[in-house]
Ligand binder design. Structure first.
Ligand SMILES: [Mg+2]
Length: 242
């Protein structure tokens, strides 16, 4: 049994915890409902840098989860928020339409004029020109910020596909510069953003995820409780903890 005394909110990882690809994990919607009925506020957070929070919200809705938009945290959303609060109002973005949409929605220009930072997310169309343009901006003194450092991600059949970290490695490999800021897990920026926006302290939040290196490491750095879910001990069994 896990004591939920003083736990006010649970932050669920998505991939491998709530769903696999487009398939909800058995028992996810029922578990979320059960926790909400216990008075626990439920949040969702993902390193996914290709989708807006609206897109993730719609996906979860489509899986039968009852949620509100402001409970969804993606690394694309958090990156846009970081740029806004850091006054990086014009950026060069290597990333998906979802990331660009989040940046523009936060008032960050992606028109490549007076660029202050190079933003790197997962980009399915990365090419030599984009890396060369990023390099030029770094030469001119721009900051290098990436959505997360995930080297790869698994798809059907266990094949690994290059992740956001691979995009950044292509750029940093071309120029001797450290990354100035990493937004996603296991860094604590996203969970701090959640805590600050909703008025929680670290002792109020429980993190649930399927990655030791990402979810649980982030929870440890933040100083909150965490639970690791696995295929044999999934979100369905997790309900029995309470
Ligand atoms: Mg996961």
């Amino acid at each position: 049994m896990i004591s939920i005394h003083n736990i006010k909110a649970i932050a669920f990882d998505l991939d491998g915890t709530i769903y696999y690809g487009n398939q909800a994990i058995d028992g996810a919607a029922e578990t979320i409902e059960y926790l909400k009925n216990k008075g626990i506020k439920v949040f969702y957070f993902t390193n996914n840098s290709t989708k807006t929070r609206e897109q993730i919200y719609s996906k979860l809705k489509g899986m039968g989860l009852d949620l509100s938009l402001d409970t969804v945290y993606t690394s694309a959303y958090a990156t846009a928020f970081y740029c806004k609060e850091s006054q990086l109002d014009s950026v060069y973005c290597i990333g998906s339409d979802g990331l660009i949409s989040e940046l523009n929605g936060h008032g960050i220009s992606t028109n490549n004029e007076k660029v202050k930072a190079v933003i790197v997310g997962l980009d399915f169309n990365i090419n030599y020109d984009k890396i060369a343009t990023a390099l030029l901006h770094l030469q001119n003194g721009c900051k290098l910020i990436n959505c997360n450092q995930d080297k790869n991600y698994p798809v059907e059949g266990g094949r690994l596909m290059p992740g956001c970290g691979a995009m950044t490695a292509a750029i940093s490999g071309a120029y001797d510069k450290d990354i100035d800021f990493i937004v996603g897990k296991p860094n604590t920026y996203m969970i701090e953003l959640l805590a600050n926006k909703h008025g929680y302290g670290n002792k109020d939040i429980l993190v649930v995820g399927d990655s030791l290196d990402s979810d649980i490491e982030m929870a440890n750095r933040f100083g909150c409780k965490s639970i690791l879910v696995t295929k044999d001990n999934s979100i369905k069994q997790f309900r029995n903890c309470f």
